[in-house]
Design a protein around this ligand. Structure first.
Ligand code: FES
Ligand SMILES: [Fe+2]
Length: 380
C-alpha cells in the first residue's frame, strides 16, 4: 500500500526537500510575540469574518467527496447554508441551499453522505432543480403566471475545482489565482485520483487560529506527540516556502534523506512529510501513504469546527486493507489530532481566557505562526 508513484514531485517540492537535506532550515532569528487578544477579541473575530473569510477563496472539501456525477451534499460549516454538487458533466457547483420559492432548505445537513441529485426536490412544495442549480419544475405552474422555470436557478457562488480540491468564495470578486497556483503540488500527489476513506467534523472549543497555529510549527511534535507520532519525525527539522498566500513546508521524518532519489515519490514521502497551509484556514498533511485535509471553520471567537478528510490511494477491497487504513485514521485523526493537537488548542484558549497568559511567545521554530498572524492582520 505504497503511495501512488505514477506522478512525480514538482520542482518546488524537490527544491524544498533539497534544502532540508542540505540542512537549510527556515528558522527565525528572534523571539516574536502575539497579543492574547487576537484569540479573544470579538471585534477582531467579526473583522476576520467580514474582511477575510467573506473575501478570499476557501476550501470546502476534496473532490473525492463527490466522486460521481449528479451528486450533492449540504455544507453549513461556514455559517450559511450551501450545497456542493457535481452536475451530469462532472462540473462542481456551489449553490445556496435556499429554495427560490419561499426559501426553505433543499438538502438537510443531517444527510452526511452525498445524495443522488439528478433532481433536487424541495421538500416544501416540490420545486425541482437540476444538480447545476437550474429550476426545471414548478408543480401547478399555472399558479405562477409570468414565471418561467428556465429563468430561475439557485444562487451560485464563485468556485474552482483544481488540484483535487473544491474551493469557493462568498465574494464574486475573489481572486482564485493562488488556489490555482498550488494545484500543481496536489496534482503531483494525485489528490483527484484518491478515494475519500473517512471524514469527521470535530467541535473544538478554541479560536480558529489556535488550531492553525498547532500545524505551523514542528516544535511540539517530539513533546506533545511523544506517545503517538513523534517516533516518525526528526526533531524540529523543517523548511518552508510560499506559493502565493499559501505555505508549503517539509518536516524531516528520517535522517537518510541525503541518499533518497528525489524523483521517487514513495521514497521521498517516507523521508519527509509535506504539509501545506492553505491560507487562511486549511491544513494539508501528506503522510507516506495517505493524506489528511483539515478545514478549520470558525463558529465564534472561541469555537470552531474542524473537518478532517482522509484520502487514500484506492478504495480498500479487503479486510486487511480496511484494518490498515483504520489504524492510520485512528492514529492521526483520533489520537494525534483530536487527542493532542485540538486538545492543546483548547487548553491554550482556556489560558488566554483566564487573563493570566500574557503575550504569546514564539521561538525561532515557530516563525510560521508569527507570519500567519501578520497575514491575517493585513486583512483587518
Ligand atoms: S419553499 Fe421550496 S418549493 Fe416552496
Ligand atoms: Fe501536532
Amino acid at each position: 500500500m505504497d503511495a501512488p508513484v505514477a506522478r512525480h514531485p514538482t520542482p518546488g517540492q524537490i527544491a524544498l526537500a533539497e534544502a532540508i537535506a542540505r540542512g537549510e532550515q527556515s528558522l527565525g532569528t528572534r523571539v516574536e510575540t502575539i497579543s492574547a487578544e487576537v484569540y479573544l477579541d470579538p471585534r477582531q473575530f467579526d473583522a476576520e469574518m467580514v474582511r477575510l473569510f467573506a473575501s478570499v477563496p476557501l476550501v470546502l472539501a476534496p473532490s473525492a467527496l463527490l466522486d460521481r456525477t449528479e451528486t450533492a451534499v449540504a455544507h453549513d460549516g461556514y455559517g450559511f447554508p450551501l450545497i456542493l454538487s457535481r452536475d451530469r458533466d462532472g462540473t462542481t457547483h456551489i449553490l445556496a441551499n435556499v429554495c427560490r420559492h419561499r426559501g426553505t432548505r433543499l438538502i438537510s445537513p443531517e444527510d452526511d453522505e452525498p445524495i443522488a441529485a439528478r433532481r433536487i426536490v424541495c421538500p416544501y412544495h416540490a420545486w425541482t432543480y437540476r444538480s447545476d442549480g437550474g429550476l426545471v419544475g414548478i408543480p401547478r405552474a399555472e399558479c405562477f403566471p409570468g414565471i418561467e422555470s428556465g429563468d430561475i436557478s439557485l444562487s451560485r457562488f464563485a468556485s474552482r475545482e483544481s488540484g483535487g480540491l473544491i474551493w469557493y468564495a462568498k465574494s464574486a470578486e475573489a481572486d482564485f489565482s493562488d488556489a490555482e497556483a498550488v494545484a500543481a503540488d496536489f496534482d503531483a500527489f494525485d489528490f483527484a485520483g484518491h478515494h475519500l476513506y473517512r471524514r469527521k467534523t470535530h467541535a473544538v472549543a478554541a479560536n480558529w487560529k489556535q488550531v492553525i497555529d498547532a500545524f505551523l510549527e514542528a516544535y511540539h511534535v517530539q513533546r506533545l506527540h511523544a506517545s503517538t507520532i513523534a517516533a516518525f519525525f526528526a526533531d524540529g527539522i523543517t523548511a518552508a516556502d510560499r506559493i502565493g498566500q499559501h505555505q508549503r513546508a517539509v518536516v524531516g521524518r528520517a535522517d537518510y534523506l541525503a541518499s533518497v532519489d528525489r524523483s521517487d515519490w514513495a521514497a521521498l514521502r517516507r523521508a519527509v512529510t509535506f504539509t501545506y497551509h492553505l491560507f487562511p484556514n486549511t491544513i494539508v498533511v501528506i503522510s507516506p501513504d495517505y493524506i489528511n485535509i483539515l478545514v478549520v471553520m470558525p463558529q465564534s471567537v472561541g469555537q470552531c469546527l474542524v473537518e478532517d478528510f482522509m484520502l487514500i490511494p484506492d478504495k480498500p477491497e479487503t479486510n486487511e486493507a480496511e484494518a490498515h487504513w483504520r489504524r492510520s485514521w485512528d492514529l492521526l485523526d483520533g489520537a494525534a489530532f483530536a487527542g493532542e493537537d485540538f486538545k492543546a488548542a483548547e487548553l491554550c484558549q482556556r489560558g488566554m481566557e483566564s487573563g493570566l497568559a500574557g503575550d504569546v511567545l514564539l521561538g525561532t521554530l515557530e516563525t510560521g505562526i508569527a507570519d500567519f498572524h501578520k497575514r491575517v492582520e493585513a486583512y483587518l
